[in-house]
Design a protein around this ligand. Structure first.
Ligand code: CO8
Length: 255
């Protein structure tokens, strides 16, 4: 069976990590499949949002340590992983992570790369790399500190200790916590609500939100205004406003 299960329900695509024997460890082959699935989804106008999930006990236990063990410094230098992560990051539609159980190392990094994280009450988020003599290498230090702030980021990275779903929600890493059996359903429902909005507006909003981490406030506000102005040229903007004024649901076309 494939290590990445792909299913579609209306405008929502669900990607399910399926390497239970390795606790959904993210080897290069699996990252390649995720990147490919997202690239196909980006071109598919019938899709508005993607949910990525694992199973009820594991989201993903990190990079594949069996694969990593054989990589020395030159091999790590030439590792395709950074490019694979960059391809995943380029996905321009809403990406939701439905996290049950362990999201460790690269698993936690995959959740943090997602736009919205929903967690089951059994979820654990951690960056245990330090316990292995290494450190996070796929955004763990940079995204965690931007998401949860200095105190918790240093504590998590330097101890390698995981936090609970509740702590992750309090810290701002997780949007909602649900009973574990319902996490995926909640995430898919949220994705469906998001996916009914105008695709170009979603894309622009996601771009602007991402820029918030990169730009100064002044530049971020300029960028936001530019994207806002660009949307004024879309048919969907006219349709959205007309539909409101005519008291009917909007029929967006992605133009
Ligand atoms: N990689 C490969 N195999 C794994 C991994 C992993 N990360 N995690 C678990 N497995 C395998 C085990 O080796 C074991 O295999 P086998 O049956 O052949 O012995 C099987 O899964 C079951 O493992 P456990 O018996 O340990 O399962 P438990 O359910 O008892 O525990 C845990 C689950 C808590 C998830 C535990 O397995 C664990 O702690 N795993 C390791 C977690 C970890 O340290 N993750 C960090 C990895 S490093 C990383 O992500 C760095 C990313 C840097 C990227 C840089 C890119 C350039």
């Amino acid at each position: 069976m494939s290590e990445l299960l792909i299913s579609q329900n209306e405008r929502v695509l669900t990607l399910t990590l399926n390497r239970p024997q390795a606790r959904n460890a993210l080897n290069n082959a699996l990252l390649e499949q995720i990147a490919q699935a997202l690239e196909v989804a980006q071109q598919d106008e019938t899709l508005g949002a993607v949910v990525i999930t694992g199973n009820e006990r594991f989201f993903a236990a990190g990079a594949d340590l069996k694969e990593m063990a054989s990589r020395d410094m030159p091999a790590t230098l030439n590792d395709p992983r950074p490019q694979l992560w960059a391809r995943i990051e380029r996905f321009n539609k809403p990406l939701l992570a439905a996290v049950n159980g362990y999201a460790l190392g690269a698993g936690c990094e995959l959740a943090m790369l997602s736009d919205i994280v929903l967690a089951g009450d059994n979820a654990r988020f951690g960056l245990p790399e330090i316990t292995l003599g290494i450190m996070p290498g796929a955004g763990g230090t940079q995204r965690l500190i931007r998401s949860v702030g200095k105190a918790l980021a240093y504590k998590m990275v330097l101890t390698g200790e995981a936090i609970t779903a509740e702590q992750a929600q309090q810290a701002g890493l997780v949007a909602d916590v649900h009973p574990c059996a319902l996490t995926l359903e909640y995430a898919q429902n949220l994705a469906a609500r998001i996916a009914q909005h105008a695709p170009l507006a979603l894309q622009a909003a996601k771009t602007a939100l991402r820029q918030a981490h990169e730009l100064s406030l002044t530049h971020g506000l300029q960028q936001e205004r530019q994207l806002f102005t660009l949307l004024a040229a879309t048919e969907d903007r006219q349709e959205g406003i007309n539909a409101f004024l005519e008291k009917r649901p909007a029929a967006f076309k992605g133009r």
